[in-house]
Structure formats: structure tokens, C-alpha cells
Design a protein around this ligand. Structure first.
Ligand SMILES: C[S@@+](CC[C@H](N)C(=O)[O-])C[C@H]1O[C@@H](n2cnc3c(N)ncnc32)[C@H](O)[C@@H]1O
Length: 249
């Protein structure tokens, strides 16, 4: 785990100020769609959490967005990378209580301490993800999992795999694999969704007008394919998948 901590510590400690700011804006943009998903899934499942914990909360971008939307009045966050936890703690997040670094394995909270645990874009970074998901299910009866579904034709290309490895992805999941993880953690899916992501996401790193044009085309084609058949689309290209899972009775 210490190697992984080092990797994520570096990722949140960029010396280049402009690059650090740009990555902060990238995480804030992602947090908006992740928060949309969380709000939608909780509404669908009829869940109104009083307490929420985000495990792997990074720099707190998602916690901030969830706090602003009032998804839960009390928010905690635990994170493997100490500088990321520091960034999250420095934000003013509505409802924030405990935001701390932890060992990436044992959430420092009692069984059932929370109404909802969130694992957002974390499981794809974990070499053996089952235990962390079980840990989330230990501290909360409902767990929201979001991951990119990267077991698809486009993401299997060597350049895409290299890029995924560069940012620390070690799991390339499809929906069935997430369902299996959820089941093995003693949970059952109560609500789920997928998202081919908006133009702003696809265009974020586009540096020229031509690149922005290609991003617009990509966003449009992907959304159309996803609308026509979401399940087929996720076998062709990466979509974000989120599910709200509950402890089995
Ligand atoms: C892509 S970021 C996601 C951050 C945030 N959850 C979000 O959705 O915006 C992945 C985060 O997972 C953290 N991470 C990786 N392995 C972890 C583990 N075993 N336990 C907790 N966090 C972990 C990394 O440090 C990083 O902050």
C-alpha cells in the first residue's frame, strides 16, 4: 500500500502551479457529473442519508459538490494520499466533519457509522478491490460505487491502456464485474446508471480548435450510440457507471 500511497501523493503534489490548477479544474468538472449521479441514484432508491463518508475522497472535489447540493448534512472523507486529504480539509465544504488520511484498507469508523459510503473512481485503482468494498459495506448499509467501464473495444487499444496505467488504473471493469464485486461484498444493486459524459469532459484537454471539433464529434457520436443502446455502447467505448448498492437483508 505504501507504493500506492507514494504514487497518489505525487499526483496531488504537482510542482507546476498552472498544471496543479488545471488538474484541480479537471477534478471539479468530473465532480459535477459524479454528484449528479449520486443525487439521481439516491432519489431513485429513496435514500436520504443523514451521514455520508467518501472513501478515497482525493482533494475533496466531490465532497464539496455533494455538500453544496445538500445530499447529506454530515460528510466525512478518508483518503490514501496525505496531501490530497490536506487539500480536501482546506476546502470549505458544507457539512464536512472528519477529513483524514488513512491506510487505504481500514476505515477508522465503527460498523454502520454512516448511512451511505461513496467509492467514486477508486475501485479501478485498487489491486484487490473486494476488501475495500466490503469495508465500505461494513461502515454503511448503502454504498455508492462509480467506476469507468474500461472493458471495451476502444479502451483495449494499447495507447488507451497506457494512459489508464499512467493514471493508476489497475482494474478494467465491465458492468458484470462490478455486479460481482457488489454481490461478493454482501450488497445488492438498488439503482444504477451509465453516462457517456458531456462535451465539456471530452474537450477538457483539447488544446486547439480542431481538437475541440473532434471532441464535439466524439461526444455527439458517443451520446447517440449510448442512447440507441446503452449496453452495446459500453462494450464499444468507456462510459461512467454508477450504482447504489444496499446490504442484503
Ligand atoms: C480518481 S481519484 C478519485 C477521487 C474522488 N473519489 C473523486 O471521485 O473525485 C482516485 C483516488 O483514490 C485514492 N485511492 C487509491 N487507492 C485507495 C485506497 N486503497 N483507499 C482509499 N483511496 C484510495 C487515490 O489516492 C485517489 O485520490
Amino acid at each position: 500500500m505504501s507504493d500506492l500511497r507514494g504514487f497518489y501523493t505525487e499526483g496531488y503534489s504537482l510542482a507546476d502551479r498552472a498544471e496543479a490548477d488545471r488538474m484541480g479544474r479537471w477534478r471539479a468538472l468530473g465532480a459535477r457529473s459524479k454528484a449528479d449521479h449520486a443525487v439521481k441514484l439516491c432519489a431513485r432508491a429513496g435514500l436520504r442519508p443523514g451521514t455520508l463518508v467518501e472513501i478515497g475522497c482525493g482533494d475533496g472535489a466531490l465532497l464539496a459538490e455533494l455538500g453544496e447540493r445538500g445530499l447529506a448534512p454530515v460528510l466525512d472523507g478518508f483518503e490514501l494520499s496525505p496531501p490530497a486529504a490536506e487539500l480536501a480539509r482546506a476546502r470549505s465544504i458544507a457539512g464536512a466533519r472528519r477529513i483524514e488520511a488513512f491506510d487505504g484498507e481500514h476505515v477508522p469508523a465503527e460498523d454502520g457509522a454512516y448511512d451511505l459510503a461513496v467509492l467514486s473512481h477508486v475501485l479501478e485503482h485498487v489491486p484487490v478491490p473486494g476488501p475495500l468494498l466490503r469495508e465500505a459495506a461494513r461502515v454503511a448499509p448503502a454504498v455508492l460505487v462509480e467506476v469507468p467501464l474500461e472493458a471495451n473495444r476502444s479502451a483495449a487499444r494499447p495507447a488507451k491502456r497506457e494512459e489508464a496505467a499512467r493514471i493508476g488504473h489497475v482494474q478494467f471493469l465491465d458492468r458484470a464485474a462490478v455486479h460481482a464485486l457488489v454481490r461478493d461484498a454482501g450488497l445488492t444493486v438498488a439503482a444504477e446508471l451509465s453516462d457517456p459524459l458531456p462535451y465539456a469532459h471530452h474537450a477538457f484537454f483539447a488544446a486547439s480548435r480542431a481538437a475541440r471539433g473532434r471532441a464535439a464529434l466524439k461526444a455527439g457520436v458517443r451520446r447517440a450510440a449510448w442512447r440507441a443502446s446503452p449496453r452495446r455502447a459500453e462494450r464499444l467505448f468507456t462510459v461512467h457507471y454508477a450504482c447504489l448498492a444496499r446490504r442484503m437483508p
